[in-house]
Design a protein around this ligand. Structure first.
Ligand SMILES: Cc1cc2nc3c(=O)[nH]c(=O)nc-3n(C[C@H](O)[C@H](O)[C@H](O)COP(=O)(O)O)c2cc1C
Length: 456
């Protein structure tokens, strides 16, 4: 959202699991192993709030990576995202340890129901005083389908059609209670004005819903919507709904083109692109000297195992690649079957071949390894220089991916944030108490804050 005094949004990418999205991270000597306890997450939350991060958000996957070799053996043996807890209770633990940090969780429009998600996130938003975001995903593979009693994952574009209906319902439910609906007048006995609480009647291709939503409006009106799809259909969906777009760039030049494409998609949907925050995932490896940073990077890169990338790749393209020669090109028919079009198209583009092989996919998808193109390495000044160059050309903020936990967050908070603050690029204080106000997102009619404060 360009303007003269803009500051970058800082968002931390978290996983409710044993590792970060860099699977080798759990093997790092300094990685904490108490990831099954709230302490692990509340420590991170406090570090992020001290550094004035806008938000921490959790990705999600509704199955173990068990498509490679049709077995969970490798994933469990090597800790390849083999733990995946529900992010929402963890988010509440982090909320209790902080007062301003925004908190987001990924929830799937393919496997959950609109009423459930609307009520869960509306409640979380109330319980955190308006600090919650929902990362809308359509999920990726047949293992997730199987966990919900479905034999096959829904086709790519149909998933987005279903997601559109899902969002139509959820946003309608979230606006069911007008911001001044609650009265709480004990003398007259009027609890709330029924004329200001609206019923939802919806009949679509995927969903029917008839009812009155039982959760009043929160201090930020409604939770913030995040989205991360990158195909043509995914971008159309983001253009219509996303308030924060979480994306991945392979480098600055690719980022400039993607940034424009996202902003165009928002404008095409009749919205103002300056009201949407675009934040690519980046890694940061920082130290007091350049040499120390390079040594740190080498140590981290050494933690990756070749099978990590393969297992994670099978998971996201929904295909078992075990036994396939690594240099055999995928046919057009196989490429058409893959469930993540955005990733597939990125590999085709970066590899320069229309029919990439498994090797190409491992190399250019960055799965299981440090993503070279989007990892800033160096001293605090060098890292801040690179972030500034992206911020002034192709994004409004960053989603910080950890190469070790809590190491990446702590190093970034202590070394890079003071330099960003000194340059006026990141905030030194929170603008308000809600996530929406800290991200500078507009308060639309449907996102009007509650005017009655309960229990104060
Ligand atoms: C940066 C990024 C992060 C994502 N995180 C998740 C996630 O946590 N869980 C999930 O199921 N899908 C995730 N996805 C997948 C998308 O939600 C979407 O299903 C996928 O990108 C396929 O859509 P596309 O072909 O439009 O890209 C992510 C995608 C991107 C680009």
């Amino acid at each position: 959202m360009p303007n003269d005094s803009r500051t970058m949004s800082l968002i931390a990418f978290l996983q409710a699991q044993n590792c970060s999205n860099y699977v080798g991270s759990w093997r790092h000597t300094l990685s904490m192993t108490d990831f099954l306890t709230p302490d692990y997450f509340t420590r991170i939350a406090r570090t992020l709030e001290d550094a004035r991060f806008d938000m921490a958000f959790f990705d999600d996957r509704l199955a173990m990576p068990d498509i490679y070799g049709r077995s969970h053996d490798l994933a469990v043996r090597h800790g390849i995202r083999s733990v995946k807890m529900d992010p929402t209770p963890i988010l509440m633990a982090m909320a209790g340890a902080t007062s301003h940090l925004g908190l987001g969780a990924t929830y799937s429009t393919t496997y959950y129901e609109p009423f459930h998600v609307a009520r869960l996130f509306a409640t979380l938003d109330l319980m955190t005083g308006g600090r919650v975001a929902w990362n809308v995903v359509t999920s990726l593979n047949d293992s997730e389908a199987a966990n919900f009693g479905v034999s096959e994952h829904l086709e790519h574009d149909l998933r987005y059609d279903r997601a559109d209906e899902f969002l139509e319902i959820v946003t309608d439910l979230w606006s069911a209670w007008d911001s001044d609906a609650l009265v709480l007048d004990k003398d007259t006995g009027l609890f709330a004005d029924p004329a200001k609480v609206h019923r939802t009647d919806y009949a679509g291709k995927f969903f029917r819903l008839n009812g009155t939503f039982p959760v009043p409006r929160s201090p930020q009106g409604q939770p913030v919507l995040l989205q991360a799809g990158s195909s043509g259909r995914g971008l159309r969906f983001a253009g219509r709904w996303a308030e924060v777009v979480f994306t991945a760039y392979s480098g600055k030049d690719a980022g400039i083109a993607q940034y424009q494409a996202i902003r165009r998609a928002v404008a095409d949907a009749g919205r103002d692109p300056d009201t949407v925050t675009v934040a690519p995932a980046v890694g940061v490896i920082v130290a007091e000297t350049e040499q120390l940073a390079q040594e740190k990077k080498a140590l981290l890169a050494d933690l990756a195992r070749p099978e990590d990338g393969l297992a994670l790749l099978c998971e996201v393209i929904n295909t078992d690649l075990s036994g396939r020669p690594l240099d055999e090109p995928f046919t057009d028919a196989e490429l058409a079957q893959m469930s993540w079009h955005g990733l597939r198209d990125r590999v085709i583009q970066l590899s320069g071949t229309a029919n990439p092989s498994v090797d190409d996919f491992v190399r250019y998808s960055g799965r299981g390894s440090l993503n070279e193109g989007a990892t800033f390495v160096g001293t605090p000044t060098q890292v801040a220089d690179q972030m500034e160059a992206w911020f002034t050309s192709c994004c409004d903020g960053f989603v910080l991916s950890a190469a070790s936990v809590p190491g990446t967050y702590e190093d970034f908070a202590r070394l890079v944030v003071p330099e960003l603050q000194r340059r006026g690029l990141s905030k030194t204080e929170y603008a308000g108490s809600t996530l929406r106000s800290n991200l500078g997102l507009p308060i639309t009619d449907s996102a009007k804050a509650a005017t009655v404060e309960v229990g104060r």
